[in-house]
Design a binder for this molecule. Structure first.
Ligand SMILES: [Zn+2]
Length: 384
């Protein structure tokens, strides 16, 4: 058996894969539209002999120069590898220092695979839908209620987790992640929140007294399975699919229609937390290069002075209790095509929005960031 590089598996991304010299392979990333053209994930099989394998990753040629700039602009950033079942990931240079280079045309890295062995190499930590489903089943045995928001465009269940409050008159809190599939740190952060809440930690028990918590760790499940960067299988960017939602205009994506109808019509959460991911360091200030998004003019969004004051406290929690300003030293803006903008407008919901830099977030790193942010928000709400 010779060495092999493949991408035809859940979360795989890579095309035109070819061996251009012994032990030297190349592939093209599969993008949707710049800048959603940064993600790749391939499986490397060592074959009978095993050994060192060099991998060059090129931008998607179908996206032209926009795609080239869009992909390479995310780098330098560490690439990651996994020797298990897409579970535990390490930066490639932890094992093989100095092997990565970032040229004007492609990225290049190198891994060593034992005879008969295999590993995955990717632009970031990968968290497949099938692992989420298995995780949710385990969580149901620990006190969470697990069901489905409904079926995705391709008919997959969208796992919905409910961690019920233990006290009377709780705040309804909702966590959303996974709109952009390649930002796998987001679903991991949402899962981290659920696991923290079900832990024996005294702060978790205090929050459960106060909060009824619902989570959708992965809204774009089809995109995850197909290894997409950002869009749904209907070719919709779910992050900007909500123009006019609070005035009765339905979103376009099937998943977003289900989500908006449930959130605005039924759940009407008091707190909404959304996770996304960045990639890379270029143009950003300091590590971990995380980001956050806020309402530009909250006084025009919240009808009640009490909700406005609570939102300003939540916003300042992002600034002072997290590393959400390390990317740009200023927040991004929640625009009127985004879900949190309309939820704040329709329901007075508080809408913190956080972006983890997944160049630097491990599996547990992302999970802890989720729990850390959730705890910070409840410290603030308790102090008000
Ligand atoms: Zn995103």
């Amino acid at each position: 058996m010779p060495m092999r590089v493949t991408s035809d598996f859940e979360c795989g991304n890579g095309k035109n894969i070819a061996e251009i010299a012994p032990g030297h392979w190349r592939l093209d990333e599969v993008g949707e539209k710049a800048p959603y053209c940064k993600y790749f994930c391939v499986r490397v099989e060592g074959g009978d002999a095993g050994g060192m394998l060099r991998l060059d990753i090129y931008p998607d040629p179908a996206l032209g120069d926009d795609g080239r700039v869009g992909m390479l602009g995310h780098y330098p950033a560490p690439l990651w590898f996994c020797e298990g079942d897409l579970d535990h990931w390490l930066p490639v240079t932890h094992r093989w220092p100095g092997v990565e280079s970032y040229g004007p045309d492609c990225l290049s890295t190198q891994v060593v695979v034992p005879p008969g062995g295999s590993l995955y190499a990717a632009s970031n930590v990968v968290f497949p839908y099938s692992r989420l489903v298995a995780w949710a089943e385990r969580l149901a045995q620990r006190g969470a209620v697990v069901d489905s928001l409904g079926a995705s465009f391709e008919g997959r269940d969208i796992p919905r987790i409910h961690v019920p409050a233990t006290g009377a008159h709780p705040l309804t809190a909702f966590v959303l992640a996974g709109q952009h599939p390649s930002e796998q740190c987001g679903p991991l952060a949402a899962c981290g929140i659920a696991e923290f809440l079900l832990s024996a930690h005294p702060e978790a028990r205090a929050i459960r007294q106060e909060a009824d918590v619902w989570l959708l760790p992965m809204i774009n499940v089809d995109g995850n399975v197909h290894g997409r960067n950002g869009w749904t299988m209907q070719d919709i960017n779910p992050c900007t699919d909500f123009t006019g939602a609070s005035d009765g205009v339905a979103p376009k994506a099937v998943e977003d229609q289900l989500l908006w109808a449930w959130l605005a019509g039924e759940l009407r959460p008091g707190l909404y937390l959304e996770f996304h991911g960045y990639l890379g360091t270029r143009g950003f200030a300091e590590r971990p290069c995380d980001g956050c998004y806020v309402l530009e003019r909250p006084a025009e969004v919240y009808a009640s002075p009490d909700r406005l004051r609570a939102y300003e406290a939540v916003r300042d929690t992002l600034f002072w209790d997290t590393t959400g300003l390390t990317a740009r030293s200023r927040p991004g803006i929640l625009s009127p095509d985004m879900l949190p903008y309309h939820l704040a407008r329709a329901c007075g919901t508080l809408v913190p929005f956080y972006e983890i830099n997944h160049a630097f977030a491990s599996v547990q790193g992302a999970r802890r960031k989720g729990a850390d942010l959730f705890r910070a928000l409840f410290r603030t709400l308790r102090a008000m």
